[in-house]
Design a protein around this ligand. Sequence first.
Ligand code: G3P
Length: 219
Amino acid sequence: MQIFLDTADVEDIRTYAAWGVIDGVTTNPSLIAKSGRIFEDVIAEICGIVDGPVSAEVTALDADGMLAQAEPLAALHPNVIIKVPLIPEGLKATKELTRRGVKTNVTLCFSANQALLAAKAGATYVSPFIGRLDDQGERGMALIEDIVRAYRNYPAFGTQVLVASVRTGEHVREAALAGAHVATIPPAILDEMVRHDLTDSGLAAFLADWKNARTAADS
Ligand code: G3P
């Protein structure tokens, strides 16, 4: 499974990219707004930090407007992925961007039927938002399981399932078990994933034993 970082905070991206486990980055208008910086500058800087797909979302609501916004964004760097909302105009834009050879991430997906349409439009990635389904009292991971299962019936679909709106390490574990291609993970969840009390206590014990043995040997 590929791991993308879900943030526009370039300092966080530098920190976690150094771990050597980040394959790409996703942003969205809210994350860009939170950065307080110029959109294009942030995307260009992220592309210089992580050598992988970097999602940059258009904000137009009509296909022509999306295409007009996509062109300069895609020109920022070969790794830029154009993120479009899963609405009819977004499907139109995705179809045309695919025809032009521009990679896309169709976002705000909340049903298997929406994911089927994203694949039919030629989306490179589809982003089902599992946390927001959980917020509604549904089991967001069931959607991932449905989409992975449906896509597997049609090898001609080239669309990758990019699990988004990840809120816990458990979401990541379940996404991997479900066979999702990618999980895009907020920095705080990466910290949750790597840490375990038994790792910390076991390491402390190893180092204490080592120190005691060295002390004995040196006395
Ligand atoms: O990539 C989409 C993600 O940023 C949305 O997460 O927690 O706002 O649903 P959330």
